[in-house]
Design a protein around this ligand. Sequence first.
Ligand code: UD1
Length: 372
Amino acid sequence: MRKIRVDLIAAARPNFMKVAPLYKALGREPSWCSVRLVHTGQHYDANMSDAFFRDLGLPQPHILLGVGSGTHAEQTAGVMVAYEKVCLADAPDWAVVVGDVNSTLACTLAATKLGIKVAHLEAGLRSGDRSMPEELNRLATDALADLLWTPSEDADENLAREGASPERVVRVGNIMIDSLVMMRPVIEQHAYYAKLGVEPGRFGVVTLHRPSNVDEPERLRALVEILRGAAARMPLVFPVHPRTRQRLRDQGLWKSLEAAPGMRLLEPAGYVDFMSLVFNSAYALTDSGGLQEETTYLGIPCLTLRENTERPITITLGTNRLVSPESLAAALEDVFESRWPKGRVPELWDGRTAERAVESLHRAVQRSPGLR
Ligand code: UD1
């Protein structure tokens, strides 16, 4: 049997931690596959992209699509057109897409229409909230992909309910935890918090970038007030996403947030710097998907400023709680008074997800050896 060729698609910040362990695991199988790393360019700033490649030991991508920012349609269409050209010139046998960003869906559409097989890593997550662009990306990607690699039982159930045939669904575990386990020794050596003048266990970490939190001026203003109050109780470290920075500046809120006692606003942090903060934090306040999982793994209280989550297991088993601007103050009291459940680590969140995904791909290839 000839070797199969796999494109591994990377696009935006949360993708890089999912791609790195898989890139390494596929690289350990030179007898049956070769990998091409494709970066769509959805995130392009040094601190949103290059820093993660460096920290996670990823090489320069083999192919750069350079699509950049735009409206949803512009960005999705731009990636489709660019990736289709790559496939027409030199088609892979499989494309592996991760997560739920616009590039995930765009590459899935371009590839499946050319008859290229697609595997989706982190399949089956559902928030049930169709106002989130990511939910639409998840639904459409999972409807089209040939192999659906899921992190947890709830994801399998979602896919079964939507009619995915069981042969397409393989529970492999949580890939974010692979990166965390892989990088743990480096993270633990790296006391980034010390550079910021905060003490371990005596500060909170904030990340906010969802349109539902930062695009609506009144909501953003209310959140700034809450953050100012929280920072006065315990220092807060807040690496600010470019979208959030822009909105804070547009609304004239940046200066008052920056000047708040106890508040440290930073540029977006690289993986090791950021995880060093999380490892040593008292709690996280976030609307990120990945951070809900990382805090569950680490047993750190996580307050998620959203009405829903596509990762419900972080609430039922882990240390996550959904909060609103109204309920946040009470939740913070629970953190400060150490009234937070300890939580448990879900099954298969063990650092071996990439290995299981590669095994699953190998089995799929063996079932259809005559590919292309
Ligand atoms: C995207 C993903 C989201 C993910 C988030 C992590 C979609 C629909 N959304 O949202 O799921 O949680 O990434 O960051 O795919 N910008 C820069 N530099 C960059 C990248 C973006 O300045 O390197 C600016 C853009 O100009 C734009 C804004 O940030 O104004 C938003 O970027 P975009 O990639 O469209 O969406 P995110 O909000 O980052």
